[in-house]
Structures are given as C-alpha cells and as structure tokens.
Design a protein. Sequence first.
Length: 445
Amino acid sequence: MTVTSPRTLERHHTGRVRTYPTPGLKKAVEGSRKRITDRATLFHFLQCALEVELTTIPPYMLAMYSMRPGRNEEAFYTIRGVVLEEMLHMTLVANIMTAVGATPSLAGVEGTGAEAAAVNAPVYPCVLPFTPTASKPIVLRPFSKEAMSTFIAIEGPDEPKGKPPSGWRSIGHFYDVIRQGIEDVAAKDALEPDPEKQIFPTDRKERKRRLDRQIGPEHFYNSGGEVIRVTDPASAKEAMDIVVEQGEGLHHTIFTSDDVRFGEERQVSHYFRFLEIFHGRRYSPYDLPDQPPGGEVVDVDWNAVYPVDVIDTDAKRKHPPGPLTKRYHDPSQPQLQGTADQFNRAYTRLLAQCHVSFNGSPDTLEQAVPTMLELRYLAEELFRNPLPRTKGGPRVYACPTFEVSGQEMARQLKEVQADAERRRKQREKRAKDEQATRKRMAERS
C-alpha cells in the first residue's frame, strides 16, 4: 500500500515551495475561509490547533539544547519556560477536544510496514499556517538571531487593522475562529437528541465520562499557568484565552494574565520574551508593546552555541530519500547515528505518551517528564560530536532531527498503551485492597 507522504509541497504566491507540517494542517488551510458551523469542521480545526502547538516545540527545544553548557543561562531558562507552556497549550486544546466529544490525536499512522506515515507529527522544514508570516519557513536551527526571528514571527500578536495575503493575522486569530465555532455549534445542541453528538451534553453520565478523561492540574505542573478542565463554552473560552494570552499578550500589552488567573508572578508573553532575547534587554514597566525593550541587559552570547548542519527546504530536496539521521553514518564515530536514532525514538515515545494521556489515561502524562529529560541528555550527546569536515566547509556538529516514522509510532503507541493498562489494573487492585482493609477494620471495631 502506498501512502502519501505527510510532507505536502505546494506553490504559493511567492512562487516558492510551501511545505505544511502535516496533512491535516494542509487541509485546514485549503478550507480556512469557511466559518465553522458543524461538529466535523470544529473537530478538524481543534485537531489542527493541537498540531500547531506541537509544531512549535521542536524548534524551541533545539535552540535551547544547542547552547553550550554554562552559557546563555537566562535565554535557556526563558525558552525552557516557553516549551513547558507550549506543552500546557497542547493539553488545554486536548481538554477542549475531549469536552466537545472529539478525539485528540498525536499518534495517527496511515499505512503499514515501511510505507507507514506518522501523520500528526510535523516534518521540518515547514511553514506554519494561520499566521501572516506563513511563507517564512520554520527550520530546525541552533540558538541564533535567525532562530529568534522565526520564533518572534510564530508568536506575533493579532493586528486586526491589516489583512495579510494568507487571510490569517495570527494564531490568536485562528483561535478566535474556533471560539466562535464552538459558540455556534453549541447553540445547536438543544436540537440534538443524542447526548454523544452534543458538543456539551446535557446527559450527566456523558458529561462525567468526558470530564474524567481530561487532564487536570494534578497531572500537569512546572509551567506558567495551570491546566483547567473544560465543561462548557465559557471554560473552553477560558482555556483558549490562556493559550493566546501566554503567546501574544493580554489585550495589546506585553503581559500574560497568569498573575490574575493563577496568582503567579507577573510575566511577559512568549512574543515579548523572545524579543527580550533578540534585543538583549528586558522590558521595563514603562516600555510600550510597539517599542523595543529598554530595561535591564540580558546576557546573550550568540557565539556560545554548537554550530550545526542546518537542513533548509532546498537542502532537504537535495538529500537522498530516507531519514536524515543517515547523514550521521560515520565509521569513525559508530555510535553517532545510533544516538540520533535513539533521540527520535524517545521523541516518538513522548508523542505517544501525550496521545495516550489525552485519550483517557491522564496519569500517563507523568511518564513524559523522564522522557523530556532523556531527550535533553541525548541532544547533548549529539551536540558533543563534530561531523567530518567537507572540503572547505566549516566545522559543524550533529543535532536532533525530530523525525517520526509510522512504524516506530505504532510500536511506541502499543507499548505506552500497554503500560497505561498495567498501571490502571494496579490502581484498581490497590483500591480493592484498601476497601477490603477498611471493611476488616470496621468489622473488628
């Protein structure tokens, strides 16, 4: 069986090749001018939101991992905080999907055997839709001004005055469309007798079933903001507000609303945090959103970074078919390709763990924490290995490629699901044992 590759190439208005991260995002862009009026379209746009949030994480992680040890610590922890909040955003979107009866997917596979494709995992380089800078490619780059410029473009705030060629002003604008779609589709729930087809069911049993499948604050921690469970249009709106405000800022300011919502320390949004790194200065209390930061100096050393062999769109087309880790096959460093493949297996496992946690086993999300630590360790191992010099070329180092194969995803998903089932049975056994113990104690008394 032949399966279409998840890399979909198209020509756009500049005449260049446009590569969407996943097939689902391509489909959403093609229908992006339609208003959401039914469950199927709403479910598809929410799935796209999940994939958009995922697409941002590997570039941020690579920039963070590429910093040499002991240098750029402020920038490192700033980007680390953004990565954790992007994980939070994925979780909030997944909770919205579960609440409305959709199925979040990060582990979709089409096809079998060597032809299998992991259709929810983004492939780089790509362009991120739903932004006015959608023609700007997202390339896996080390920490640099060029990488920060891309991150700033991704997180850019909504500017309603302009109308970009793509029709989308920002990711926040995309969420506005989803928010309106939820309100419009929810208004039809009263006419739908089947509670399973209502996006916010009136049936108490169905509401509880969906609520029990969601991630709660007890499952997710160590980021700005908190996970909230979604039960109605108001809580869905609140979840999306958290996502947009952490990314773009609250009401055309540089700040998020985390201090008001969660009693946390006031902080600036992702867009303005990246601007602080880019300009090497913090925002002061008197700086305006449309001006560069003018506060305290941020110690940034753009040279304290491992240079890597960046694979842009043109280089990808010239590269022979197969995984990019093949370029690390070096007889003088036999472990190198193995480490790169091991990183991709761990990354695939992380996606499988998130997928299972979003689909009825919320405690599985705790298993993702050691996986994230393993990714950092493996990335550091790769960055310590210089590649053989090409004639006249600069010294460059190996780096993660964040590649996911369909075969590996199917294998990892099966293992993670089995582990989740094993832990579920253990919980049930403990609950029965505790109940029996309480019963015996009650009988003795």
